[in-house]
Write a protein that binds this ligand. Structure first.
Ligand code: 13P
Length: 239
C-alpha cells in the first residue's frame, strides 16, 4: 500500500470541499493507494459527509493536546473524535516555524492523539541552512528523538524539507532516497515514510519510482483535482 495525502493548508471552503470530493471520486478509483485529505477545521465536518463510504480518508491539520478548557482558538482531540477524522497531522513545518511548535509540544500532541486512537502523520524536515551546513541527518534525529518510541502501527512519518515546500524546488531523487532511508534506519520500524515538498504532476512519477518512498504529502498540487488525481495514479502504477 502507498499513501497520497493532500494537505490543503489554509485553503478550501465548505463549497470547495463538496465539489472537490465529488470530482475526485469520479476521477480515480485507486486499488493500492490510500488517499487522504486534510482540509481546514471549518470544512472537516463537510469532508466527513463528502467522503463517507468512499476510498478517501480525511484528517485534521493540527490538534491541541489538552482535553478542554481555556485555550482560545485551539481544537481538542474529543472535538475531532466527534467528527470522526481518520488521521491527525502533526509537526508540519509551518506549525514548527510560523507558530513555533517545539519538539516537546509535538510529543504531547502525539500522546494526546494516541490516547484518542488517532493515527498520526508526523512531519519532519530540515531548513535550507541546515541542509547547506550538512546537518540534515542530525535535524531528522532531533525531530524524531522524543517520538521515536511512541510512534506505532498506523502512524506515518512525512519527510518534508522546508526549502522544498511551496518553492517548486525538490531535492534530487538520490537525495530524497537518502533522507528517507535515514529516517527509516533511525526509526527501525515499518512505519511508512512519505515525501513532501513541491510534489506535482510533473515529478510524481519519478518520486513514486523510488521504492523506499511510501507515498507523498502534497500541498499546492492537491488543491487541483486533476493534478492530485495524476499524482495518485503515479503512485498506484509504481506499487
Ligand atoms: P507543497 O506541495 O505546496 O510544496 O507543500 C508541501 C507540504 O507542505 C505538504 O504538507
Amino acid at each position: 500500500m502507498r499513501y497520497v495525502f493532500g494537505n490543503w493548508k489554509m485553503n478550501g471552503t465548505i463549497a470547495f470541499t463538496r465539489d472537490y470530493v465529488k470530482a475526485l471520486l469520479n476521477e480515480v478509483r485507486p486499488a493500492t493507494v490510500q488517499v487522504a485529505l486534510f482540509p481546514p477545521f471549518t470544512a472537516l465536518s463537510n469532508m466527513a459527509d463528502a467522503v463517507n463510504g468512499s476510498f478517501v480518508k480525511f484528517g485534521s491539520q493540527n490538534m491541541y493536546f489538552e482535553e478542554s478548557g481555556a485555550f482560545t482558538g485551539e481544537i481538542s482531540p474529543a472535538m475531532l473524535e466527534e467528527i470522526g477524522v481518520d488521521y491527525v497531522l502533526l509537526g508540519h513545518s509551518e506549525r514548527r516555524h510560523i507558530f513555533n511548535e517545539s519538539d516537546e509540544l509535538l510529543m504531547k500532541k502525539l500522546e494526546a492523539a494516541h490516547r484518542h486512537n488517532f493515527p498520526v502523520v508526523f512531519c519532519i524536515g530540515e531548513t535550507l541552512d541546515e541542509r547547506k551546513s550538512g546537518v540534515t541527518k542530525d535535524v531528522i534525529k532531533r525531530q524524531l528523538i522524543l517520538v521515536k518510541d511512541l510512534l506505532r502501527l498506523g502512524d506515518l512519518v512525512a519527510y518534508e524539507p522546508v526549502w522544498a515546500i511551496g518553492t517548486g524546488v525538490t531535492p534530487t531523487m538520490d537525495e530524497i532516497a537518502e533522507s528517507i532511508s535515514w529516517v527509516k534506519d533511525y526509526l527501525k520500524t515499518d512505519i511508512p515514510v512519505l515525501y513532501g515538498g513541491s510534489v506535482n504532476k510533473g515529478n510524481a512519477k519519478d518520486i513514486a519510482a523510488i521504492n523506499i518512498v511510501d507515498g507523498a504529502l502534497v500541498g499546492g498540487a492537491s488543491l487541483k483535482v486533476d493534478e492530485f488525481a495524476i499524482i495518485i495514479k503515479a503512485f498506484g502504477e509504481n506499487n
